[in-house]
Design a binder for this molecule. Structure first.
Ligand code: GLN
Length: 544
């Protein structure tokens, strides 16, 4: 029978519940268990696809094209759990489904209520993941205990243990134990209050995971155990990790979390093997090279908007034994100050995906700088589209070339709306989404990186390279290195006469893992290391 773990959070948001849930999933997998991961988000939007990155951070796209919460990125990077549309539900989706059922008359005239109709719907989406191929389902509840929006979800998971039996469910509560400078001590009261709120709803947590800046003493753990009604061994410390998020699973093991879960859920598990993970941290701590990459985006100051990009750069650093320093640059700064002052000194440049006109000209200027100076360049989605516009304007000489996303009446629409998008009016879930096959051109740089000719990568866009201009681009040196749909859609362009200039219409950052860096990110970082080496050779020659 499938067992269920529920992860809730208390005291404050941004405690790293996603990362902790992913770490738990990873540890259980490494103890030989088959795990599925799921996140339930209490907000009313149907999915995060239509939310601003300022509100929500990155929209994480799955193979099946669902637009999901960025925590699913942690799940995919840490575990092998197959993620699908069923891995992320919001209040909006739950209500939408219940209301549609009501309209179809499925409730036979009954009054439709939060309990039982909404809670039943929530329980059914959790139950969907339980099957013969799954030992444990881990369901993370977004938000913080005490939020009005979270209540139906908490009520549903409370009922869940009644339905399937207490021994088959485990409640893990992640909480904050803040250090109060003036008092010179850690404070356990917020945790007591938060657990108190959970117990009022009828949920007694089995395990407390305590986020803290400082080590928690035995006395403090005893106090929380007593007041929160959990055994002492179930008060687990999770201290802040300054060095890397990849330390989190190791520290949870040190505090006995995996064993505790196995014991409490009566799971038959194998011994833990974390050798490759320890090797990965060793690599990270002992880099042979140090390079810097400029990520030129719209939301550079907003860390979460490019989460998977930053993670993928780190993975590529690990495989290349390089420490990657990331410069987060707002493209509007380049518009104000010019590329030279802001960008010289970097060993590589990446322009990520995005929407909207703000900062576009800065991105185009940045790409021109990378192209002309031979700086390794990696363009992703909007980053590719900007690279195409830049090339059209400054190499082919198509003045005013643009994307019709930003200038409907441009004389040279080198980027234009996908045919399939022409009649699309609704916004949510209507882009070209999810994994699509791409065929790579023979002897292209990308084919060498991937070492295969057919790939599947995830997409999220409405605009494309305008096929009418293909010949002109090829004649001037920008080659099409990957296509889909029988050669119709351009997925990748590269410049042969440049140390490393690759731009892709898809999002490779969604398929990179710490233990398996994405081949394009790996190739990009390798090129940046080479550039750094050749630059330092030049400087030492000058000095000599
Ligand atoms: N705005 C562009 C499009 O819709 C790029 C999208 C993206 O970068 N994800 O095609």
């Amino acid at each position: 029978m499938t067992k269920h773990i529920f992860v809730t959070g208390g005291v404050v948001s941004s405690l790293g519940k996603g990362l902790t849930s992913a770490s738990i999933g990873m540890l259980l997998e490494r103890r030989g268990l088959r795990v599925k991961m799921q996140k339930l988000d209490p907000y009313i939007n149907v999915d995060p696809g239509t939310m601003s990155p300022y509100q929500h951070g990155e929209v994480y796209v799955l193979d099946d094209g669902s637009e999901t919460d960025l925590d699913l990125g942690h799940y995919e990077r840490f575990t092998h759990s197959p993620l699908t549309r069923d891995s992320n539900y919001t209040t909006g989706q739950i209500y939408l489904s219940v209301i549609e059922k009501e309209r179809r008359g499925e409730f036979l005239g009954k009054t439709v209520q939060v309990i039982p109709h909404i809670t039943n719907e929530i329980k059914s989406v959790i139950q969907k993941l339980a099957d013969d191929t799954t030992d444990v389902v881990i369901t993370e509840i977004g938000g913080t205990v005490g939020d009005i929006e979270s209540q139906p979800f908490l009520e549903a998971i409370r009922q869940f243990s009644l339905d399937i039996g207490k021994d088959n469910c485990l409640y893990i509560h992640l909480t904050l134990v803040p250090y109060l400078k003036v008092a010179g001590e850690l404070k356990t009261k917020p945790t007591q209050h938060s657990v108190g709120q959970l117990r009022q709803i009828g949920i007694q947590p089995d395990i407390l995971i305590c986020r803290t800046e400082r080590s928690i003493s035995l006395d403090e753990r005893k106090k929380m155990a007593l007041f929160c009604n959990v055994p002492l061994e179930a008060v687990i410390e999770e201290k802040d990790k300054d060095f890397s998020i990849y330390e989190v699973p190791l520290s949870l093991v040190e505090h006995g979390l995996d064993e505790l879960i196995v014991k409490k859920l009566h799971l038959s598990a194998s011994t833990l093997d974390l050798d490759d993970w320890r090797d990965l941290l060793h690599q990270l701590r002992n880099p042979k090279h140090e390079i810097s990459i400029a990520v030129v985006g719209k939301y550079a100051e907003h860390f979460d908007a490019y989460k998977s990009i930053y993670e993928s750069l780190d993975h590529a650093g690990i495989v290349n034994a390089a420490q990657v320093r990331i410069g987060k640059i707002r493209s509007e700064e380049i518009e104000r100050e010019g590329p030279e002052r802001i960008l010289s000194g970097y060993d590589g440049m990446l322009v990520p995906g995005g929407f909207g006109e703000r900062g576009i000209e800065g991105k185009i200027e940045a790409i021109r700088f990378a192209r002309e100076r031979g700086i390794p360049f990696f363009g992703i989605c909007l980053g590719m589209q900007c690279a195409v516009i830049e090339f059209a304007r400054h190499v082919i000489g198509l003045d005013g070339a643009h994307s019709t996303e930003f200038d409907r009446n441009t004389l040279h629409p080198v980027i234009c709306l996908l045919d399939e998008q022409r009649n699309v009016i609704e916004k949510g879930g209507t882009m070209r989404l999810g994994a699509q096959p791409t065929h790579l051109a023979e002897s292209s740089r990308v084919a060498a990186c991937y070492n295969v000719r057919d790939i599947f990568e995830r997409h999220r866009h409405r605009y494309e390279f305008n096929a009418a201009y293909r010949q002109q681009f090829a004649d001037h040196g920008m080659r099409v290195a990957g296509t889909s749909d029988g050669g119709k859609l351009v997925e990748i362009v590269e410049l042969a006469e440049h140390p490393w200039f690759v731009a892709v219409q898809f999002h490779p950052e969604f398929k990179s893992k710490p233990t398996a860096a994405h081949p394009l990110f790996a190739g990009f970082i390798e090129a940046a290391i080479q550039r750094r080496a050749s630059r330092s050779e030049r400087t030492s020659e000058v000095k000599a």
